[in-house]
Design a protein around this ligand. Structure first.
Ligand SMILES: [Cu+2]
Length: 590
């Protein structure tokens, strides 16, 4: 108890220091292990506009790992951006990745920071952050994951937008669409080849489109909390597993060099996790702390902002020493979309654990523990396949009932106006214009050496498999705006992948050929791994919605395990306006 109080006091002191940015040498300073989970700073729109000055920093730790973070001018990290549908975001991003520059022995402002082999752009054109430039370790940009915002420079383009250290602040400015579903979205960098290290190092934050209570009356008036769960390199990579765990087979490495799935639910994970930056390190996973009033009902809004780690969230009450009871969690929204979006199906789905692939979000109602009942917010193990990372059972935070626990800083409006009805027919009732098939696959560079480097592919069936090449502007897929299409995504590899597409949501229709009942939308979906025995590869069938005019443009779909994306598991879709569709534009098969 004393130690816990001390930790709290320490963190309060650190936060005070962070407010005087000049004296802080580590802009990405993290709370100590075991501390109270802090709520991210909330930035709200005023008169329909939210102005944000955001810097991305890096800080090299004594062990050589590099942490990344977004900060406000006052030093606060990773603010939650809160906007209403129709609001305007004006965000100026400054690239201060100077520790990366130092670590690489390069000069700040040098245009040579990028890997020249990745993208050869003439020198005189590199000055424009909208027009390519080398995608290197110190380059950055922003993606607003889940929002249907045009894939244009200064809005949500990641194919050509590159902000280098030393560049003047780069302005993002766009309106949240009036019909954007209310819920939890997030922002993160999207530099091809370097996304994994920036996101795994901590560069991410939440973005909330306000009004979930307008779609989901059950959450009206509830106190709300935002939890951003990130992964990061192991703090104790050489430690043996905790003595409290069953003994597991020898630690193996999978193809990316991370701890391999051992199929037991225990053992060394590929990455440590943190919850709102409070680390929960291997091997003992000392939990962070969440205090609640006894039995209080709250809305928890959780983003899996990790680079490769699958979550399987559960809230477990330790009713007595012999009995641990997983609690019912009431899902109200997935990937920023209320689950009753179709007008059919239940408003709340009660489950006792929730799988969340990297990049996905889930919002759910929890009932806190009674006084005296210990409780744990945890992630249960995920079987990622023979070729996947080890995602064992582990704690995130102890949930503690405290009679006078402070209320969360935010609660949902109590008397909401219902959302207007959707302007377009529910996507599940629209006949798709065509069906396409894509597949995930992997290839060892040296088939005789299981530890050799792996190339990752996301291929349109019929095209030659090739890793994503930022220098090749030819789209893999050309779609006509206004169309709805069915995409079948197969997994021909021995590990899980998470399919994500920019600018739109989709409906999951079937899993390996079997219909599923999901009258709602996602923007990131897990695709089961191939076990090497079945006659068919596992797959998901997705109904893709290209009806919104804001989906016009050229953008990417990819695996959201970012090592895979960086390794080539990405492709380009071009959505053309109706009047030019079918004319000069063509994809790689035509
Ligand atoms: Cu993947």
């Amino acid at each position: 108890m004393l130690a816990g109080l001390f930790a709290l006091a320490f963190w309060a002191g650190a936060a005070a220091l962070a407010n005087t940015a000049a004296v802080v040498s580590d802009p990405c300073v993290r709370p100590p292990v075991g501390s109270e989970v802090p709520e991210p700073a909330n930035l709200r729109s005023v008169d329909g506009v939210l102005r944000v000055e955001l810097s991305i920093h890096s800080h090299q730790e004594p062990d050589g790992t590099v942490q990344y973070c977004y900060t406000l001018p006052d030093g606060r990290q990773a603010p939650t951006l809160r906007l209403h549908p129709g609001d305007r975001l004006i965000l100026r991003l400054t690239n201060d990745l100077l520790d990366v520059v130092a670590a690489l022995g390069l000069q700040a402002g040098s245009r040579a920071l990028g890997s020249a082999t990745l993208c050869k752009v003439p020198a005189q054109r590199r000055a424009d952050p909208c027009d390519g430039g080398p995608m290197g370790a110190a380059a950055t940009n922003l993606h607003f994951h889940g929002l249907t915002v045009p894939a244009q420079c200064h809005k949500d383009d990641v194919l050509r937008t590159v902000v280098q250290p030393g560049d003047p602040p780069f302005e993002y400015r766009f309106e949240v669409p009036r019909d954007e579903p209310p819920g939890l979205y997030w922002y993160h960098p999207h530099i091809h080849g370097f996304s994994s290290r920036q996101v795994s190092g901590g560069a991410s934050g939440a973005l909330i489109v306000e009004g979930l209570e307008r779609a989901q009356a059950d959450v009206a008036g509830l106190p709300e909390r935002v939890f951003v769960i990130r992964d990061q390199p192991l703090a104790n990579p050489n430690a043996p597993p905790s003595k409290s765990e069953p003994v597991v087979p020898k630690n193996l490495l999978e193809r990316d060099g991370d701890a391999a799935n051992n199929g037991t639910g225990f053992g060394k994970p590929a990455r440590d996790l943190s919850i709102n930056y409070v680390p929960v390190p291997y091997p003992d996973y000392p939990p962070a702390r969440i205090a609640m009033k006894p039995g209080e009902r709250q809305l928890w809004r959780v983003a899996n902002a990790s680079a490769i780690t699958y979550l399987n969230l559960a809230l477990i009450f330790q009713d007595n020493p012999q009995h641990h009871t997983p609690q019912q969690l009431g899902i109200v929204a997935i990937d920023g979309v209320p689950i009753n979006v179709s007008g059919t199906g239940p408003a709340v789905t009660w489950v006792n654990h929730i799988g969340v692939p990297p990049g996905a979000r889930v919002e759910f109602i929890v009932n806190g523990p009674p006084l005296g009942v210990p409780a744990l917010f945890a992630t249960r193990t995920v079987d990622t396949g023979q070729g996947g990372e080890n995602d064992p059972n582990r704690a995130l935070a102890a949930v503690v009932a405290v009679a006078d626990a402070p209320e969360p800083p935010d609660s949902m409006p109590a008397h909401p106006q219902a959302l207007p009805a959707a302007a377009r027919p529910w996507i599940g009732s629209v006949t798709p214009a065509r069906v396409r098939k894509l597949y995930f696959s992997e290839k060892l560079d040296n088939p005789n050496d299981p530890n050799s480097a792996t190339t990752f592919y996301l291929t349109v069936d019929g095209q030659a498999p090739a890793p994503f090449d930022p220098a090749n502007p030819v789209p893999n897929i050309v779609v006509r705006q206004g169309d709805v299409e069915d995409w079948i995504i197969e997994n021909r590899s021995s590990e899980l992948h998470a399919f994500h597409i920019h600018q739109l949501h989709f409906q999951l229709l079937a899993l390996s050929g079997f219909a599923v009942y999901e009258p709602f939308l996602r923007d990131t979906v897990n695709v089961p791994y191939y076990n090497g025995r079945d006659l068919q590869y596992p797959s998901v069938r997705l109904r893709m919605d290209f009806r919104d005019p804001d989906t016009i443009g050229t953008y990417v779909y990819h695996c959201h395990l970012l090592e895979h994306e960086d390794g080539g598991m990405m492709g380009i879709v071009q959505v053309v306006p109706v009047d030019t569709a079918g004319n000069e534009a063509g994809d790689r098969t035509s």
